[in-house]
Design a binder for this molecule. Sequence first.
Ligand SMILES: CC(C)(COP(=O)(O)OP(=O)(O)OC[C@H]1O[C@@H](n2cnc3c(N)ncnc32)[C@H](O)[C@@H]1OP(=O)(O)O)[C@@H](O)C(=O)NCCC(=O)NCCS
Length: 146
Amino acid sequence: MERFATRTRDHFKGNQINIEIKTGLEGLTPARIATLYRRAPLQRPVEDHAALWRMFEQSSLVITAWVQGRLVGLARVLSDGVLNSYICDFAVEPDVQGLGIGRMLLEQVREQYKGTQIYLYDAKTTSRFYARMGFSNLKEGLWKWS
Ligand SMILES: CC(C)(COP(=O)(O)OP(=O)(O)OC[C@H]1O[C@@H](n2cnc3c(N)ncnc32)[C@H](O)[C@@H]1OP(=O)(O)O)[C@@H](O)C(=O)NCCC(=O)NCCS
Protein backbone atom coordinates (compact mmCIF):
# COMPACT_ATOMS: atom_id res chain seq x y z
CA MET A 1 0.00 0.00 0.00
CA GLU A 2 1.65 3.26 -1.08
CA ARG A 3 0.72 6.81 -0.17
CA PHE A 4 2.27 10.16 -0.97
CA ALA A 5 2.79 12.86 1.59
CA THR A 6 0.69 15.87 0.78
CA ARG A 7 3.13 18.20 2.56
CA THR A 8 6.92 18.19 2.69
CA ARG A 9 9.47 19.42 5.18
CA ASP A 10 12.22 21.90 4.17
CA HIS A 11 14.91 19.22 4.14
CA PHE A 12 13.01 17.28 1.48
CA LYS A 13 13.41 20.38 -0.74
CA GLY A 14 9.74 20.46 -1.71
CA ASN A 15 9.81 16.97 -3.23
CA GLN A 16 6.89 14.73 -2.41
CA ILE A 17 7.95 11.69 -0.48
CA ASN A 18 6.68 8.22 -1.08
CA ILE A 19 5.29 6.64 2.06
CA GLU A 20 4.57 2.93 2.21
CA ILE A 21 2.17 1.68 4.88
CA LYS A 22 2.42 -2.01 5.81
CA THR A 23 0.68 -4.27 8.27
CA GLY A 24 2.49 -7.05 10.12
CA LEU A 25 6.05 -7.62 11.23
CA GLU A 26 7.62 -7.63 7.74
CA GLY A 27 10.89 -5.69 7.70
CA LEU A 28 10.80 -5.01 11.42
CA THR A 29 13.64 -5.88 13.77
CA PRO A 30 14.02 -5.02 17.46
CA ALA A 31 16.95 -2.76 16.52
CA ARG A 32 14.82 -0.79 14.04
CA ILE A 33 12.01 -0.42 16.54
CA ALA A 34 14.46 0.69 19.25
CA THR A 35 16.01 3.31 16.95
CA LEU A 36 12.60 4.80 16.18
CA TYR A 37 11.60 4.87 19.86
CA ARG A 38 14.88 6.51 20.85
CA ARG A 39 14.46 9.23 18.23
CA ALA A 40 10.71 9.88 18.60
CA PRO A 41 11.36 9.74 21.65
CA LEU A 42 9.18 7.17 23.42
CA GLN A 43 10.15 5.58 26.72
CA ARG A 44 10.11 1.84 26.04
CA PRO A 45 12.40 -1.12 26.91
CA VAL A 46 14.74 -0.33 24.01
CA GLU A 47 17.73 -2.08 25.62
CA ASP A 48 15.86 -5.36 26.02
CA HIS A 49 15.37 -6.54 22.45
CA ALA A 50 13.71 -9.81 23.45
CA ALA A 51 11.06 -7.96 25.47
CA LEU A 52 10.59 -5.39 22.72
CA TRP A 53 10.03 -8.11 20.13
CA ARG A 54 7.59 -9.98 22.38
CA MET A 55 5.49 -6.78 22.63
CA PHE A 56 5.19 -6.76 18.84
CA GLU A 57 4.71 -10.49 18.32
CA GLN A 58 1.87 -10.54 20.82
CA SER A 59 0.04 -7.52 19.38
CA SER A 60 -3.22 -7.95 17.50
CA LEU A 61 -2.02 -5.61 14.78
CA VAL A 62 1.23 -3.87 13.88
CA ILE A 63 1.19 -1.06 11.31
CA THR A 64 4.37 0.47 9.96
CA ALA A 65 5.30 3.38 7.69
CA TRP A 66 8.38 3.30 5.44
CA VAL A 67 10.23 5.88 3.35
CA GLN A 68 12.86 4.47 0.97
CA GLY A 69 13.25 1.32 3.04
CA ARG A 70 13.58 3.22 6.33
CA LEU A 71 11.14 2.57 9.15
CA VAL A 72 9.64 6.00 9.91
CA GLY A 73 6.49 5.24 11.87
CA LEU A 74 4.65 2.55 13.70
CA ALA A 75 1.67 1.76 15.83
CA ARG A 76 0.50 -1.44 17.44
CA VAL A 77 -2.93 -2.46 18.66
CA LEU A 78 -4.23 -4.85 21.30
CA SER A 79 -7.78 -5.81 20.40
CA ASP A 80 -10.46 -8.43 21.00
CA GLY A 81 -11.77 -7.61 17.50
CA VAL A 82 -15.33 -7.04 18.73
CA LEU A 83 -15.61 -4.53 21.56
CA ASN A 84 -12.30 -3.01 22.56
CA SER A 85 -9.09 -1.98 20.83
CA TYR A 86 -6.16 -0.24 22.46
CA ILE A 87 -3.53 1.64 20.45
CA CYS A 88 -0.08 1.66 21.99
CA ASP A 89 3.48 2.69 21.22
CA PHE A 90 2.59 5.01 18.37
CA ALA A 91 5.50 7.05 17.00
CA VAL A 92 6.78 8.82 13.89
CA GLU A 93 10.44 9.76 13.19
CA PRO A 94 11.02 13.46 13.99
CA ASP A 95 12.30 14.39 10.51
CA VAL A 96 9.03 13.24 8.92
CA GLN A 97 6.57 14.34 11.59
CA GLY A 98 3.88 16.72 10.36
CA LEU A 99 3.60 15.04 6.93
CA GLY A 100 0.45 13.09 7.66
CA ILE A 101 2.10 9.76 8.52
CA GLY A 102 0.55 9.61 12.00
CA ARG A 103 -2.87 10.25 10.47
CA MET A 104 -2.32 7.46 7.88
CA LEU A 105 -1.36 4.98 10.62
CA LEU A 106 -4.40 5.87 12.74
CA GLU A 107 -6.72 5.67 9.73
CA GLN A 108 -5.50 2.10 9.11
CA VAL A 109 -6.26 1.23 12.73
CA ARG A 110 -9.74 2.72 12.43
CA GLU A 111 -10.34 0.84 9.18
CA GLN A 112 -9.27 -2.52 10.66
CA TYR A 113 -11.11 -2.08 13.96
CA LYS A 114 -14.23 -0.17 12.98
CA GLY A 115 -17.11 -1.16 15.21
CA THR A 116 -14.85 -1.54 18.23
CA GLN A 117 -14.20 1.15 20.84
CA ILE A 118 -10.69 2.45 20.15
CA TYR A 119 -8.72 3.75 23.12
CA LEU A 120 -5.26 5.06 23.79
CA TYR A 121 -3.32 6.59 26.63
CA ASP A 122 -1.70 9.84 25.50
CA ALA A 123 1.47 11.67 26.42
CA LYS A 124 0.63 15.19 27.67
CA THR A 125 2.38 16.70 24.64
CA THR A 126 0.11 14.90 22.17
CA SER A 127 -3.36 15.75 23.54
CA ARG A 128 -3.99 18.34 20.84
CA PHE A 129 -2.95 15.89 18.13
CA TYR A 130 -5.45 13.26 19.31
CA ALA A 131 -8.20 15.86 19.65
CA ARG A 132 -7.49 16.87 16.04
CA MET A 133 -7.72 13.22 14.99
CA GLY A 134 -11.22 13.05 16.51
CA PHE A 135 -10.51 11.32 19.84
CA SER A 136 -12.37 12.45 22.97
CA ASN A 137 -10.67 12.71 26.31
CA LEU A 138 -12.50 10.39 28.75
CA LYS A 139 -10.63 11.42 31.92
CA GLU A 140 -13.16 9.77 34.20
CA GLY A 141 -13.57 6.04 34.51
CA LEU A 142 -10.06 5.09 33.44
CA TRP A 143 -8.19 3.28 36.22
CA LYS A 144 -4.74 1.80 36.43
CA TRP A 145 -3.94 -1.10 38.76
CA SER A 146 -0.61 -0.10 40.30
C1 LIG B 1 2.19 12.21 17.77
C2 LIG B 1 2.81 11.79 16.45
C3 LIG B 1 2.71 10.28 16.30
C4 LIG B 1 2.03 12.48 15.28
O1 LIG B 1 2.48 11.98 14.05
P1 LIG B 1 2.66 12.94 12.78
O2 LIG B 1 2.98 12.09 11.60
O3 LIG B 1 3.61 14.02 13.11
O4 LIG B 1 1.19 13.58 12.64
P2 LIG B 1 0.46 14.02 11.28
O5 LIG B 1 1.44 14.71 10.41
O6 LIG B 1 -0.27 12.86 10.71
O7 LIG B 1 -0.56 15.08 11.84
C5 LIG B 1 -1.93 14.96 11.62
C6 LIG B 1 -2.60 16.25 12.05
O8 LIG B 1 -2.36 16.52 13.45
C7 LIG B 1 -1.69 17.77 13.60
N1 LIG B 1 -0.67 17.60 14.65
C8 LIG B 1 0.44 16.84 14.62
N2 LIG B 1 1.10 16.91 15.80
C9 LIG B 1 0.38 17.77 16.57
C10 LIG B 1 0.52 18.26 17.89
N3 LIG B 1 1.56 17.91 18.67
N4 LIG B 1 -0.42 19.12 18.36
C11 LIG B 1 -1.49 19.49 17.60
N5 LIG B 1 -1.68 19.03 16.33
C12 LIG B 1 -0.76 18.20 15.83
C13 LIG B 1 -1.07 18.05 12.23
O9 LIG B 1 -0.93 19.43 12.03
C14 LIG B 1 -2.09 17.45 11.30
O10 LIG B 1 -3.20 18.30 11.15
P3 LIG B 1 -3.97 18.45 9.74
O11 LIG B 1 -3.73 17.19 8.94
O12 LIG B 1 -5.38 18.62 10.10
O13 LIG B 1 -3.34 19.61 9.13
C15 LIG B 1 4.27 12.24 16.32
O14 LIG B 1 4.35 13.61 16.52
C16 LIG B 1 5.22 11.54 17.29
O15 LIG B 1 5.71 10.45 17.00
N6 LIG B 1 5.51 12.17 18.44
C17 LIG B 1 6.49 11.62 19.39
C18 LIG B 1 6.08 10.31 20.02
C19 LIG B 1 4.76 10.41 20.74
O16 LIG B 1 4.53 11.34 21.50
N7 LIG B 1 3.88 9.43 20.46
C20 LIG B 1 2.56 9.37 21.05
C21 LIG B 1 2.58 8.71 22.39
S1 LIG B 1 0.98 8.76 23.14
